[in-house]
Design a protein around this ligand. Structure first.
Ligand code: ADE
Ligand code: ZN
Length: 335
């Protein structure tokens, strides 16, 4: 079996994925037409050509514009179902999906519309595809603490559908400490705390995320490498980094994929997983991320298998289920 076949067939999990970032240009046009929304692009190609980013903010401006075609429950359902169908094709058997409710409620869309559309697709995938999923409600860090508290309140009737809270959007200038109280309140509601940290922001933002927000997993975390003590602390606390190779090159967090620090992270003993972040915008699904990073860094089979096992080990699944999923990976390798 060659590497491409191995990474395609091996059962795996995805832990860092924004559902709004899976909106492909084709679906964008379809939903714009279905909802009678005027858009400033004349073709799928023209839209795709606009996907050139110098930094995170360049991307976010287009990403939030994309959300404007999502209006009705069926739009959120279609978006999520399309992603889960791609999971099935890639043998992703478990996925932890972030959604940005404020990007919708700020436009007058009801929280219920968003969560019901997404959840119905997840429930159908569990039945039809045998794919399990959790939802991560992410607060937008460029908005206020008050706005995050309002979303927390709106989420309460749907608590049974939400596993964790996250923190995303524009990182620089919006340190984790801004959200200390809303994270404390979220944990009190039973949500597991997670956050983006150290994508563009400095190591200090990662310290704050682990010490102040007490997060259980670090989204991105690339810049921890600038602080040796921080690296040792992340290892000591057994926190994983959800790394997103094609996102890092698309947003110029890493200049060239050949310079990606993933191998260095592994060699230091950091627990790392591979993820697609916003696949519609960054040039590929989870498989494409694996292929690109394996080729660029010449990763060994042993390292690839470790990355796949990590995707279950550092998921939010129960310990018993984790063990079963890791055993499935081991059985697959033996065959
Ligand atoms: N929202 C969607 N993708 C994101 C990313 N890579 N960083 C921060 N916020 C995001
Ligand atoms: Zn992300």
């Amino acid at each position: 079996m060659d590497i491409k076949e191995l990474i395609s067939k091996i059962p795996k999990a995805e832990l860092h994925l924004h559902i709004e970032g899976t909106l492909e240009p084709e679906l964008f046009f379809k939903l714009a037409s279905r909802n009678g929304i005027e858009i400033p692009y004349s073709s799928v190609d023209e839209l795709r050509n606009a996907y050139q980013f110098n930094c995170l903010q360049d991307f976010l401006d287009i990403y939030y514009q994309g959300t404007h075609v999502l209006i009705n429950e069926e739009d959120f359902y279609d978006l999520t179902w399309e992603y889960l169908t791609k999971c099935k094709e890639q043998n992703i058997v478990h996925t932890e999906i972030m959604f940005d409710p404020q990007s919708h409620t700020e436009r007058g869309i009801a929280f219920k519309t968003v969560i019901q559309g997404i959840s119905k697709a997840c429930q159908q995938a569990e039945k039809e595809y045998e794919i399990s999923s959790f939802l991560i409600m992410s607060y937008l860090r460029h908005l206020s603490e008050k706005s995050a508290f309002e979303i927390l309140e709106l989420s309460k009737p749907f608590k049974h559908l939400i596993k964790a809270v996250g923190l995303d959007s524009s990182e620089l200038g919006h340190p984790p400490s801004k959200f200390q109280r809303v994270f404390e309140a979220s944990v009190a509601e039973g949500y597991i705390p997670l956050a983006h940290a150290g994508e563009e922001g400095p190591p200090d933002y990662i310290w704050q995320a682990i010490d102040v927000l007490k997060i259980k997993r670090i989204d991105h975390g690339n810049r921890c490498l600038e602080d040796e003590k921080l690296v040792q602390e992340i290892i000591r606390r057994d926190l994983a980094l959800t790394v997103c190779p094609l996102s890092n090159t698309a947003l110029q967090v890493v200049e060239d994929i050949k310079d990606h620090p993933l191998k260095k992270m592994l060699d230091l003993g950091l627990r790392v997983t591979i993820n697609s972040d916003d696949p519609a915008y960054f040039g590929g699904q989870l498989m494409a991320n694996f292929e690109a990073i394996i080729r660029a860094l010449d990763l060994e089979q042993k390292e690839i298998i470790q990355l796949v096992k990590n995707s279950f080990q550092y998921s939010l699944l129960d310990d018993e289920v984790k063990s079963m999923k890791i055993a499935d990976v081991e059985n697959f390798i033996e065959q």
